[in-house]
Ligand binder design. Sequence first.
Ligand code: BG6
Length: 481
Amino acid sequence: MSLPSQTLLLFGATGDLARRMLLPSLYALHADGLIAPGLRIVGTARSEHSDESFRTFARESLREFGAADRQEEANVTSFLKRLRYQPLDATRPEAFAALAETIGDVSGGLAIFLSTAPQLFEPTIAGLRAAGLAGEQVRIGLEKPLGNDLASSRSINDAVNAVFPEPRTFRIDHYLGKETVQNLMALRFGNALFEPLWNANNIAHVQITVSETVGLEGRAGFYDETGALRDMVQNHMLQLLALTAMEPPANRGATAIRDEKVKVLRALRPVAAGDVVTGQYGVGAIAGAPVASYRDDCGHASSTETFVAIKAHVDNWRWKGVPFYLRTGKRLAERRSEIVVQFKPVPHDIFRERGGQLQANSLIIRLQPEEYVRLMVMAKEPGLDRGGLRLRQVPLDLSLTAAFAGTRRRIAYERLLLDLIEGDQALFVRRDEVEAQWTWIDAIRKLWAESGVTPKPYGAGSWGPSASIALTERDGVSWHE
Ligand code: BG6
């Protein structure tokens, strides 16, 4: 199974994800010679297309969403030649025969990328099996949402695993494809500096923020059913937490990494009612322009949360007593994903009596939009100190954008599609991880249901409801802003 696939089958090939991400990513891999010349790409969706009209659709997607400096006509033309299209109504089992015919022999390896409406999951899997598109040589990549609680996720995974055993199932969390997220492992396990300090003896708390300025982006129906907790915390934020908190894996293989992540996810303490805050955006302004409230964006009154902040704990030796503050939301002040590791103060302060004020070190790992690692350290201000000693916190900066200026930045799906085609599972989420994630999330939702929690309003363009500030301030901690 580690042989590269010879065919890639894209479900949802005319959808938004395909247009914005998948086709441009595949094109970039093609243009850089990273996929085998013989790899064929077959698109399928309900819409009627011929091979030619699908190629036109793909060409337009590349023009609109591909990198502006990568539009060489010869590359585009040779990429489009790889594409074929087969319409499919996945609710009609007999329709899969035509798909199988277009795909032909799968003995050379087939990789399937499935991003489809939840209700089409099971018929699609059944159809693939019946049409002979699920054998030993076939692996499947699954895009979220994969259920909306533990029970539904289990039933989807049961249906998938009955046909595609776990070593051939690739669950996507696109955050794992992001360069800076993988860099977290390089930082932790490629440097002698951090790991000896990376524990409760030296770390006071960790903050993980994934804030967005966007609103619903035309996904009101999906989002209103889902909310920030399930849209962002259940997957992306818990993966960031797991990568931050996990033990050093024995090697860089999929099993070793995922074994360590799942231990963290299973060690998450159930959240207490007072340790979670939810919010929903009202009217406000983003980048100086007025924006509507969530209620107006989704067209009706709703109790769906567009913001959530949580004080989490990982109950194990390494993290005993160290809070992990998580927050995410739509229509916040800034687009920013970052992890802040706050170290404890030095044990004995020799500067205070001379007027010097110490601040404890912190490590800021900015994942997007900028990419940097910044260690905040204390330094003495230059001078003869006649009026007392002045100390200042200064950044020790590693800008990844500057350090690797000549290197192409790849979007997450380039990496994930290539790994799917080549069969490397390290950056895909294993079933036990997903189930541990859902177990923790379901308990929070149960708490909300029992205590009738409704989200607190916050102005669009702010950092969320004031209660989220109180969540950390009562521990003497401020959100890093
Ligand atoms: C998706 C969520 O998984 O991640 C979206 O469904 C969110 O609501 C998106 O906007 C954020 O991804 P990124 O890569 O823009 O941080």
